[in-house]
Design a protein around this ligand. Structure first.
Ligand code: SER
Length: 600
């Protein structure tokens, strides 16, 4: 079988879905620009939430793309052979068009007929059921038929495995209990690849099975049957249509194609590993070194992509995550080579640019990305030194202090441990871990809270505030002139927040005037509706676009009477009267000519 390269795989995927009538939805940046409620783009479906909930998509009912993704939740767990913070997700969607039978057949066809996988090495999982949500017996029957075509008798418990909601239910919030009202979700069916050369490790349980964590099986694709919506009372209703939301990890498929479970040995990581091996003079062999090299390769790649998408190191939100990634790389380089050397990071970063040249990076990107990395390493060098001085002054280390060093100076536990071991002291690791878990729980919560589509939820009140946001946007233009520019919005059921740029200094009287106009428009009972039209035409009629967003050729434009027109995915109320009275209760200056207002 000829080797399938990274670029071949991308092309094959696109061609496969295009031949089946799918249109490409342009991928969004790692930091969703119009969506301040979300820190990072963590899956391909993120931009499709309104459409999965029933809004028509301008490009139709069959969609696909390859979306770059970043998941920060498990940064600390990177180091094994398959987890990464950055990855590419290959996705296809049916918005109320085809369903289980076509999806499962097509994905299997793609794996076996296009990519050449041996069907004997593929195993599948389905949803076992949960409370009132039924088991997915239909998918079991479909899988049996599919395997039969290849002469494989697929039995439940041998080839087809049933799992509870923790494994075979997908929503952005996880299991059904964790879903907020209005959130879509559904049972899913995953395909796993079996690495025969890997032996089962009984430390993970007596028997191996697809979801065993020993690493013998690798999940390579997940078909979610998005057909439910969580209701306010905790029960579920059916969505207006039955959708398919498929996502498959590109790097994992590459690893399975080369029958080696280590994604870091695929062509999208290996050049980085090799370059760092060379520079630090250590080989990718011994487990501890491998772990460090994987962390370096993962983090430097993620950092390069984040910088490319506009993130700069800082102490807040995305910038803080980038800072942590770069500092951890610097510390790992230091552990392997005993020096904090920005050259090593820069050379590793250049490998990333090379790997993705022509796909994500052009000639100019290097100049934009590399200085950000070298500046951050320089800055960290001095923090590192300051941290060392603090360490010298500490007489006795405990878990809390070790954690503070980790937090404030970016020193991982291993480093703090080594320093103090030289002084003849031992750290209570349990204490440190307890602090660490506490911190992780907090940041996870933060991430979950952030990880929402354009709106915090789909409750009635949130939708009303969404329409109010459009009215405020237009009223700001009326009052402050055409120089106004939207910078972002954040809408929950409690209030709406709107950030904007205004060349004119914004005063209290402006805000009262905006509020007056908005309430007048609400009272007028204007109809709210959308039209799908070519992007050009939408620009021509003066619909407000969000300058940070890249739009597809066909777009959806929401109209509020003839008062407001905006590029928007929805959802909205049908008539402005439903919004009720709006009060702008706070205005803040958040930067030069930048303002944030709150209303409810
Ligand atoms: N939304 C699912 C996932 O992220 C499938 O696309 O795995």
């Amino acid at each position: 079988m000829p080797k399938i390269t990274y670029k071949d795989l991308r092309q094959a995927f696109s061609k496969f879905w295009e031949e089946r009538g799918h249109k490409e939805v342009p991928p969004i940046p790692l930091v969703p620009k119009d969506d301040p409620t979300t820190l990072f783009t963590g899956s391909g479906m993120q931009q499709l939430v309104p459409y999965l909930l029933g809004e028509p998509h301008p490009l139709g009912k069959r969609l696909y793309n390859i979306q770059r993704c970043f998941r920060s939740q498990d940064i600390e767990e990177i180091g094994d052979n398959r987890h990464t913070t950055f990855f590419e997700m290959m996705g296809n969607w049916s918005l109320g068009d085809y369903f289980k039978k076509e999806q499962l057949n097509w994905f299997f066809e793609f794996l076996v007929e296009v990519l050449g996988f041996n069907p004997e090495k593929l195993y599948v999982t389905v949803f076992k059921g949960y409370k009132d949500l039924p088991a997915d017996e239909e998918s079991i029957e479909i899988w049996k038929e599919i395997f039969k075509k290849y002469g494989i008798k697929a039995e439940v418990g041998e080839r087809i495995f049933k799992y509870p909601a923790e494994k075979n239910w997908w929503s952005r919030a996880g299991v059904p209990e964790n879903m907020p009202p209005g959130e879509p979700g559904g049972p899913d069916s995953e395909v796993f690849y079996l690495f025969e050369k890997v032996n089962h490790d009984p430390a993970f349980g007596p028997y191996c099975h697809p979801n065993c964590d020993c690493g013998r099986f690798l999940e390579i694709g997940n078909s979610v049957f998005m057909q439910y919506k969580k209701l306010e009372d905790g029960s579920f209703s059916l969505l207006p249509s039955k959708n398919v939301d498929f996502g498959g990890g590109l790097e994992r498929i590459l690893a399975a194609l080369q029958d080696d479970p280590d994604v870091f040995k695929t062509e999208v990581y290996l050049p980085i590993i090799k370059r760092v091996e060379e520079l630090v003079g250590r080989e990718y062999k011994e487990e501890a070194v491998k772990r460090n090299l994987r962390i370096i390769a993962d983090h430097i790649k993620a950092a390069v992509f984040l910088i490319k998408d506009g993130v700069l190191p800082s102490n807040k939100e995305q910038g803080y995550v980038l800072r942590r990634l770069l500092r951890r790389v610097a510390v790992k380089v230091y552990q392997l080579s005993s020096q904090v050397d920005s050259e090593i990071l820069l050379k590793a970063a250049q490998e990333v640019v090379e790997i993705y040249k022509g796909v994500y990076f052009g000639d100019k990107d290097r100049e934009k990305i590399l200085p950000v990395i070298s500046d951050e390493v320089k800055r960290f060098k001095s923090t590192l030194k300051r941290g060392m001085r603090v360490i010298e002054k500490i007489d006795e280390i405990d878990g809390k202090k070790a954690f503070d060093l980790y937090q404030s100076y970016g020193f991982p536990l291993e480093i703090v441990k080594e320093i103090f071991e030289e002084k003849g002291q031992k750290i209570n690791e349990e204490e440190f871990r307890a602090e660490f878990e506490k911190h992780k729980a907090i940041s996870r919560k933060g991430a979950e809270k952030k990880f929402k589509g354009g709106l915090a939820d789909r409750s009635e009140q949130t939708i009303k505030y969404h329409t109010a946001t459009h009215l405020i946007h237009q009223a700001l233009f009326d009052v402050l002139g055409d120089g106004v520019r939207q910078e972002g919005s954040n809408i929950t059921a409690e209030r709406l927040r709107f950030d904007f740029y205004s060349p004119v200094k914004v005063e209290e009287n402006h805000i009262r005037e905006v509020e007056r106009i908005v309430n007048e428009k609400i009272k007028e009972g204007l109809p709210v509706y959308f039209k799908i039209m070519p992007k050009e035409e939408a620009h021509k009629i003066g619909a407000k676009a969000f300058f940070k967003e890249k739009y597809p050729e066909k777009v959806k434009v929401y109209f509020i009477g003839d008062y407001s027109k905006e590029f928007c995915g929805g959802p909205h109320v049908k008539n402005t009267r439903e919004v009720g009275k709006i009060h702008i209760f706070k205005l803040k200056r958040i930067g030069a000519n930048l303002y944030r207002l709150y209303a409810k």
